[in-house]
Design a protein around this ligand. Structure first.
Ligand code: ADP
Ligand code: ADP
Length: 218
């Protein structure tokens, strides 16, 4: 479970997140919906302790992430899409990440299978398409077998096939009992991905309800 309590973050005079409170439950995909600039990435960075709030508090699985040592194993995250610039194979890229966390090769093979990269695991990760790169990023986030996954716009810019793949993967991971919190600025995408929605605009909470209820209301 993720809990945000009265989170506030300012950048200079600009308020990026304003008094934001919500909880994210396990076992379902929760969408974090809002237009570009609404404060989604900022909120996710605060949840992960990658940035300090000016006010409020965030916990994941009852723990305060800002104060915990890295790397984290309870929570996995995929933040802004960034190509992996490596000459290494996808397998070796993940193996290196795993080694820094004391995770063995058996788990590397498991996450490769989970995200459907087995066929291309020996190919150079630096040459991957955006969609394959995002799956590799999710594989990396899953290495520590986290109970909580935080994914910032994972399908942004992907083709329909890539979007479908990641959507189904998120649903599968939630059905396994994980907490999956995924941001998007696309209502249509969240309508078919998320069971529950946290909706924000200009850094403030607009709705916290089932996707069905949000669609009926709007
Ligand atoms: P979203 O992820 O919903 O697109 P962001 O959290 O990235 O929104 O941004 C929220 C607001 O905070 C935007 O107005 C953005 O310009 C501003 N912002 C985000 N990061 C910074 C930063 N490092 N410095 C200054 N302003 C920022
Ligand atoms: P590089 O791209 O650096 O040449 P390779 O991917 O060819 O690396 O393989 C390097 C090592 O990783 C070899 O020992 C190989 O058996 C192992 N390896 C590569 N891909 C996989 C995989 N999908 N499953 C298990 N082991 C793999």
């Amino acid at each position: 479970m993720i809990e945000a309590k009265n989170l506030t973050k300012r950048y200079g005079d600009k308020v990026a997140v304003q008094d934001l409170s919500f909880t994210v439950q396990p076992g379902r995909v929760t969408g974090f919906l809002g237009p570009n600039g609404a404060g989604k990435s900022t909120t996710m960075r605060l949840l992960l302790g990658l940035d300090r709030p000016d006010g409020g508090d965030a916990t994941i699985a009852g723990r305060h992430y800002p104060d915990l040592p890295r790397p984290l194993s309870v929570v996995g995250a995929l933040l802004e899409a960034r190509a992996v610039h490596t000459g290494r194979s996808a397998y070796n890229h993940l193996l290196c990440l795993a080694q820094t966390q004391g995770i063995g090769p058996a788990r590397v093979q498991e996450v490769i299978d989970l995200v459907g990269l087995r066929e291309v695991a020996r190919k150079r990760a630096g040459g991957f398409s955006l969609g394959m790169g995002q799956r590799l990023g999710i594989a990396a986030a899953l290495l520590g077998d986290p109970s909580v996954l935080i994914l910032d716009e994972p399908v942004n810019g992907l083709d329909p096939e890539g979007i479908l793949w990641i959507r189904n993967l998120m649903k599968y991971l939630a059905a396994e009992g994980r907490t999956v919190f995924v941001s998007s600025h696309l209502m249509n995408e969240m309508a078919v991905t998320a069971e529950h929605l946290i909706v924000i605009g200009r850094g403030r909470l607009i709705a916290d309800c089932s996707t069905e209820e949000f669609i009926e209301r709007s």
